[in-house]
Design a protein around this ligand. Structure first.
Ligand code: PRT
Ligand code: ZN
Length: 222
């Protein structure tokens, strides 16, 4: 059962854009996973680490609550939770991992000219990152704009008339382009992060062993 006391818990995305690179990193660290039958967790053979297989959105809260000791999550998801005030200082440890790079961008219909933040005054901005969007708008003196939370299909919001702009993750830019949108502002550069809370002495030793292996992989890539 999942109760091996003393094991370090690491929460990772079960399936999706982060998952493949995360499992690849663990493999390069020389770690072998034994998949459990229920696929909610896997055990690492070489170190006392249990891997929790979850939705990426749940990872910051799992770490903040102590249900997981460490997590691997996109900077976009981590910073949104932090900007929303949901983590306080309970997730102090962060190590950049260098994969799943992307940008969080405000984009407008291509035909709109954009010369600066004030052009966004009064706009409704469709996003699943309301805390980061609202913080950026406030920091940049945009007045009367508001984020409209959507959980997907942001890129069609302007055409549907439910928003004037979007704030979404951009990688190649192909999705924006296909929907007649263009980047106005990049509000966050994101990559995968190893995050962690306060650990007991025992678990801190295991976390240190994992970090050393990750640093070894990163050095061999440079
Ligand atoms: O099921 P679960 O909740 O775990 O996964 P998810 O569907 O919420 O997330 P997933 O797997 O799509 O992405 C996980 C993480 O990968 C994100 O939080 C980012 O940190 C990172 N990432 C890197 C991306 C992209 N690249 C990306 N291109 N996340 C999303 N996209 C989407 C974006 O939302 C947009 O729809 O891809 C589209 C844009 O891509 P381009 O190439 O057309 O610009
Ligand atoms: Zn998600």
């Amino acid at each position: 059962g999942f109760d091996a006391s003393g094991h370090l818990r690491l929460a990772v995305q079960k399936k999706g854009r982060l998952a493949d690179d995360t499992f690849d990193l663990l493999k390069r660290c020389g770690l072998t996973l034994s998949q459990s039958k229920n696929r909610l967790y896997a055990r690492v053979q070489e170190l006392p680490i249990d891997i929790l297989l979850v939705r990426d959105d749940d990872i910051p809260a799992l770490v903040a609550s102590g249900a997981s000791d460490l997590g691997i999550v996109g900077g976009n998801v981590f910073e949104e939770e932090r900007a929303g005030g949901r983590l306080q200082d309970r997730v102090p440890m962060v190590q950049k991992l260098g994969f799943s790079r992307c940008r969080l961008c405000i984009a407008l219909p291509k035909e709109k000219n954009y010369s600066g933040p004030r052009d966004l005054d009064g706009m409704r901005i469709a996003t699943s990152y309301p805390a980061l969007t609202d913080k950026w708008l406030a920091d940049n003196g945009v007045e009367g704009a508001e984020s409209v939370v959507m959980n997907g299909a942001h890129e069609i919001a302007p055409r549907l008339g439910v928003a004037d702009a979007v704030c979404d993750i951009v990688s190649t830019g192909g999705t924006l382009d296909a929907n007649g949108l263009a980047v106005a502002e990049t509000i966050l550069n994101s990559e995968a992060l190893l995050i962690g809370g306060k650990l007991s002495e025992e678990k801190a030793k295991i976390a240190e062993a994992l970090k050393l292996r990750i640093e070894g992989v990163q050095r061999s890539r440079d």
